[in-house]
Structures are given as structure tokens and as C-alpha cells.
Design a binder for this molecule. Sequence first.
Ligand code: CS2
Ligand code: MG
Length: 398
Amino acid sequence: MKINDVKVIVTCPGRNYVLLKIVTDEPGLYGVGDATLNGRELAVAAALQEHIAPLLIGRDPDRIEDIWQYIFRGTYWRGGPVLMTALAGVDLALWDIKGKRANLPVYSLLGGLCREGALCYTHAGGRDFAEVEDSVCQAAERGFKVVRAQVSIPGCKGTYGGTGGAFTGHYPPEEIWEPAPYLRTIPRLFAHLRERLGDEIELFHDVHERLTPIQAARLAKELEPFHLFFLEDPLRPEHKESFRVLRHHSTTPIAMGELFHTRWECLPLLTEQLIDFIRCDLGHIGGLTEARKIAAIAESYYVQTAWHGPGDIAPVTHAANVHLDVAIPNFGVQEMVFFPEAVHEVMPGAPECRQGALWPSEAPGLGCDIDEEAARKYPYSPAYLPTTRRADGSVHDW
Ligand code: CS2
Ligand code: MG
């Protein structure tokens, strides 16, 4: 078997996606992948089109590990969001081909079911505590047992997760954020939610890498009475030792990883048991091949998984998340989103969400497809994440 063609498809059925079809010389046999990097889509598309696709033509798509190593190490330049997202797209398409060829769903190739479905969470947000409470209640009514809660911060403009944002335009939109009102507001939000909703529903919060170590330690400590499922991405991703400060002060479980691009970034957090959930993005860390290795390392340190699952990665990556979730012993929880109809039209086969869980497809491969004709109806449209500034005008982490 040989790779005959690699098609890179950029489409915007609501937001931009970079999709990949690896076509083999076996009649009708192809694999689909997702190589979407929010706000840097065309950089990944060019890396694939110009530099990686030509290297794949004529290779045996069955040799996933070899192709992975060849693209990661064999080309000398490695790592970073653009190259690891491109590699993830290739990797997912190769797993899809392997499953289709074996006539088995990918979870079966990964060792088979450890569980029937993957416990998942949805997002609740609002302008004030009452709106967040309503939003959590609506999620619970839909069957969710785990819910992430975000709220607008008084005096701050467009706080992450609190209110929706329009992410289009030539320059990214700008938001204002300050740690002091944020640190005052979040413990009060969870006090409110626990008082109104009781202890049974699992709640948590995404800091989005905005705090200093001691601020994060304070927040984690003050949130202890409200028993969060975890505190997500409390610190910036670069300096892993910072997590020691946080860990020494609090028993609130910590999740981290959506900005990591290789297994080596995860290592210090795992080997020192500084986190409880590793939540890399399969689409930004090189795909299933790398994520299953990370999961295996995490298992040794009793760390569970919570793979990133936002709307800015395509249903193909969500499908890959779920195949891995059901096949590993140390799965924790899975982030999910409800995609708009146009996304389902372009990429049929997103994992089904029922009773607060995601269920893997039984179809051979990943279970997703790409409708190229539908994709052409939705051309790329420039869009960026917002930029956050402090009140004094200085740049802050978004
Ligand atoms: C977020 C993401 O889903 C999450 O937990 O942190 O929405 C993140 O902001 C985006 O993926 C950025 O592109
Ligand atoms: Mg997050």
C-alpha cells in the first residue's frame, strides 16, 4: 500500500478548520485528519502543502510510528504549535486508514474498550452568578454530570468564557483583565453555585493560564471548600517548576496541558506529581501516537487524562479523543462542544453525546469523513483569538 495523494482542505463552516485527506493506492481507501490551529490556520496548511505532503507520497501509510518519527525528528526542525499540529493531522489520517483497512474502530486497535463511553463536560458561562447558575442547571438537565463554570469579571471587558466574543476582523479584538477583581470573584461564584446547586454536580473552572504562581495558589486554596473537579490551566505553560508553589499550598486538583506541544513538556508535571489531570490537545501534540504515550507515562504517576476538546479543533480530533478515552485505564474526563449544523455537514461523524458521556463510533477507522464539496461552500475567513491587556495597557495572556 502506498500514499498517492495528500489533500489539504481549508474551510470555514462557522470557524476555520484545516482538514487533511490522505489517499492511498487501494481503491476507495483514504484517511481523514484535522490540522487546525486557531488563528494560524494558513501557516499549518502551508507547512503541510509545501513541506510535509511531498514527503509522504509513495510511503506505506501502515507505518504510522515510522512516519511520525520521520516527520518529527527526521526533518531536524521539530516541535512548536505549527509543526506539531501538521503532524497531528497526518497521524490521525494514518490511524483512520489503519482502522478502515482492518475493518475495526480505532479504539479496538488501541487495545479495546476499557469503558463503554467517556464522561464529558460542557461549558457554562454568564454575565453574573445567576446567569451562570441557570447555565449550569441547563447543562445538568441535558444530562451533564461535570460542568465548567466561567463568569464575567466586574470592571473587565470580555472575560474568557463569561460572555461570547466576536473573533473576526483584521486585528484581534482586545479585552481588559485584572487579577484583583478576578481573584475576588471566582471563589464567590463557586460559593454561590454550591449553595444553590448542592454538592453532587461536579464543577470546575478554567483560569486560562492568567495567574502568577502565588495568585494561583491563593485561588486554589480559597476554592478548596467547593471541591472542584479540577482547576484548569492555572499557570503559563513555560516554567514548569512554578507548579510546585501551587501544589505546596492546596489540595484542589490541577489540570494542565492545552498549550503543550510535546511529551517532554508534560514530563516534569507528571514525574513530580504536580498535576492530577493532563489535558493536552491531540491536535497540537502530534496526534494519537503521541497522546497514547503521554497517557501511558501519566498512568505510572496516577495522573488522569482530560484531553482538550474545544470548538476550534474539528470533529475528527474529537473522535480521536474518544477512541483514546475508552481505551486507556487512566481516563478522567473529556471536554466536548456542540458543533453547528454546517460543521456536521462538512465533517459528518462527530462522536455522539448522550447521558453526559461521549460514545465512540463503531465504524471502521475514526468514524469521521470530509465532504469536500460542502467544504468548498465555506471559504477561509481570517479570524483571531482576542488579545488581553491589563488596565494600564500592557499585554497579558489571553
Ligand atoms: C479553552 C479553549 O477549551 C478550553 O479549555 O481553553 O477554548 C482555548 O481558548 C481555545 O482552544 C484557543 O484556541
Ligand atoms: Mg482551557
